[in-house]
Design a protein around this ligand. Structure first.
Ligand SMILES: Nc1ncnc2c1ncn2[C@@H]1O[C@H](COP(=O)(O)OP(=O)(O)OP(=O)(O)O)[C@@H](O)[C@H]1O
Length: 632
């Protein structure tokens, strides 16, 4: 017998289970049956596609056996099975990033953690909620030796050689005294019907049928009542997505979702679509109500399973759906793909590409419908996944317009969010420009940016994009229909001849102040210039897009961060507002030291407005204090 230690994370998970954080213990059975179904799926595929498995009989079934005396519940399958190495790898360590992310998120607060765990599938280990010992006897398809895995969930497990007829896995739970309810057939049957009715394989169980007493005409008992034990199939075993929509109740859709996603919450909505015509396929997609733990991890677990004519092919292919739709859970099934597809072939397979493209369009159009029809549900979806959808703006050029239409925008002139379709109804039809400002800071702070003052003065509305992802994707969005996206700092408004003349005169009047400030600031700025764009603020910063350093930095960012080279420092232009009292006064002073101090303080305040940090806080304070003492 070989003793093994569980990986630390598993011990953590087990502790959580055993202390019964789960309010919903019965889901352990869903997890075991779903593993059995996965094991049958895997063997089914190999059986059909790999010559080495052709000789193995495939009689897919799951059996549940109850032994009331021994207080055991056994779930067996005729699936792929495991050898000793698999047992150590799969029932001793956690490979899935989602599980790790889940464990990292635990707070130690039992109540919060139990809510977290409710959103999350914990797989096989859930069985330790109801069992104080588990025995797994398993034989891998195509191998001779069977193995037994035993653990009391106390940090270690044993593996020893065992005897077993046929391939597959048999998992026996030695139930805790307080969990004897799971020895009742009706209870088990109900749980199976609730969560596993639509796994595509039959589940059998011995059922006790009550046979009433037989009586003669006078009512005398001729044969006493009895119970008959019959082994019966207790689930429908019809892959849910193959049924027609009208035959599926909402509850059945939700239950299938929970068996597919292991999420104990309900989906926000689902889209079930059967395409008929040149290519036939069925898709059933769910939108979860909570983002999966690993949504923002590179090694996230994709949630869409591919079936070819009901034969499971993969649940681990990130290319099945674009990454910006990675929150979807569901199934794609088509009879028009070759069964023995390899992953590489799959990606370049024209049928698969058509299914993918059509599925993406379908999901986007269903989301658009939801947005129009059910604002509450759409808001729930958007607050969880809105930022993920935005990733599609740079990764899915073909659907950019549709993705833009799904987004909700804050705008300068309103406290309510709007969408792009209504926003463009208000833009100047002669210019057809959509102005936006982006920056990772609070909404209010961005709305207060000096860059927006000329828009405020003219009453022009602007999209306020204050999420981090906005600053990455929107510079790449150039248009929506016939409208152009224009960053506020690049917006240009026509001036009349008189206005131009007046501007020139003002610039002249400020020439010497501009010269003095430029000299004071030295290489902190690329230049100081007079602007007529500001109304309330004395100064603001502008980036010169023609600056070679700026262009270099953009190029390096696009190439993925500069590859070890230092990204060049971009010096901003400091714009000053000649109509502001402060600048007017500064223009009239002959106090060189004051101009010097004011130049730095003004530059720093412009930086603060941009949400940037000051390079020299002590210097800033010293200068402020000098200016204040002069004023007192
Ligand atoms: N009945 C079984 N037959 C064959 N392998 C199994 C069986 N049950 C579990 N396994 C193996 O053990 C692994 C771990 O199972 P576990 O339920 O913990 O996680 P999972 O099934 O990968 O994830 P999840 O349950 O969240 O989908 C499985 O991925 C599978 O490789």
């Amino acid at each position: 017998m070989a003793k093994h230690q569980f990986q630390t994370e598993i011990n953590q998970l087990l502790q959580l289970m055993i202390h019964s954080l789960y309010s919903n213990k019965e889901i352990f059975l869903r997890e075991l049956v779903s593993n059995a179904s996965d094991a049958l799926d895997k063997l089914n595929m190999l059986h059909l596609t790999d010559d080495a498995y052709k000789g193995i009989a495939f009689t897919p079934r799951v059996d549940i056996a109850i032994d009331k005396e021994a207080k055991t519940l056994t779930v067996s399958d005729t699936g792929i099975g495991m050898n000793d190495e698999d047992l150590v790898a799969h029932l001793g360590t956690i490979a899935k990033s989602g599980t790790k992310a889940f464990l990292e998120n635990l707070s130690g607060d039992a109540k919060k953690d139990s809510q977290l765990i409710g959103q999350f599938g914990v797989g096989f280990y859930a069985a330790f909620m109801v069992a104080d010992k588990i025995e797994v006897v398993t034989k891998k398809a195509g191998e001779e030796q069977a193995y037994k895995w035993i653990s009391a969930g106390d940090g270690e497990f044993d593996i020893e050689p065992a005897e077993k007829e046929g391939n597959g896995t048999s998992i026996t739970l030695f139930l805790k005294d307080e969990d004897e309810e799971f020895l009742e057939t009706y209870r088990i049957e109900n749980i199976i019907k609730k969560y596993s009715n639509h796994i595509p394989f039959p589940i059998f169980m011995d059922k006790e049928n009550f046979i009433p007493a037989e009586r003669d005409d006078e009512g005398n008992e001729t044969k006493p009542s009895s119970t008959e034990i019959k082994n019966e199939q207790i689930n429908k075993a019809s892959a849910l997505w193959t049924l027609s929509k009208s035959d599926i109740s909402d509850d059945e859709y939700k239950e299938f979702y929970s068996s597919l996603s292991h999420d104990s919450g309900e989906p926000i909505t689902w889209l079930h679509h059967k395409a008929e015509g040149a290519i036939e396929y069925t898709t059933l997609f769910y939108i979860p109500s909570k983002a999966p733990m690993d949504l923002y991890r590179v090694d996230y677990q994709p949630g869409v399973k591919l079936y070819i004519n009901r034969v499971f092919i993969t649940d681990d292919d990130k290319e099945l759906m674009p990454t910006y739709l990675r929150f979807l859970r569901g199934v794609i099934d088509s009879a028009d793909l070759p069964l023995n597809v390899s992953r590489e072939i799959l990606q370049s397979n024209p049928v698969m590409n058509k299914i993918q493209n059509a599925s993406v369009k379908k999901v986007l159009s269903e989301l658009a419908k939801l947005k129009k029809k059910d604002a509450e549900k759409y808001d729930a979806f958007y607050s969880e996944f809105g930022n993920v959808i935005k990733e599609g703006l740079y990764s899915d050029f073909g659907n950019r317009e549709k993705i833009l239409e799904l987004l909700k925008f804050n705008t300068l002139n309103s406290n309510e969010q709007t969408d792009i379709e209504s926003f463009v109804t208000k833009v100047d039809e002669t210019k057809k420009e959509i102005y936006y400002i982006s920056g990772k800071m609070s909404l209010q702070m961005l709305k207060n940016s000096p860059q927006l003052e000329r828009f405020k003065a003219k009453g022009i509305d602007v999209l306020i994009l204050n999420d981090e992802i906005d600053t990455i994707v929107f510079p790449m969005v150039t248009e929506y229909k016939e409208y152009k996206f224009v960053n506020v700092s690049d917006a240009q408004f026509e001036e009349s001849e008189e206005e131009k003349k007046a501007d020139e005169e003002t610039a002249k009047a400020f020439e010497s102040l501009v010269g003095a400030m430029t000299e004071a600031l030295g290489d902190k700025v690329s230049k100081v210039e007079v602007t007529t764009d500001l109304t309330d603020s004395p100064v603001c910063l502008k980036i010169d897009k023609e600056d070679p350093n700026y262009q270099m930095a953009q190029m390096m960012k696009q190439m993925g961060g500069g590859m070890g080279m230092e990204i060049p420092d971009i010096k901003p232009i400091l714009q000053i507002n000649p109509k502001h009292e402060l600048l007017e006064k500064l223009n009239g002073t002959s106090d060189v030291n004051l101009v010097n101090d004011a130049a730095f303080v003004l530059l720093d305040q412009a930086k603060l407005f941009e949400g940037a940090e000051l390079d020299d806080t002590a210097g800033f304070i010293a200068r402020m204090n000098r200016i204040m003492s002069k004023a007192l």
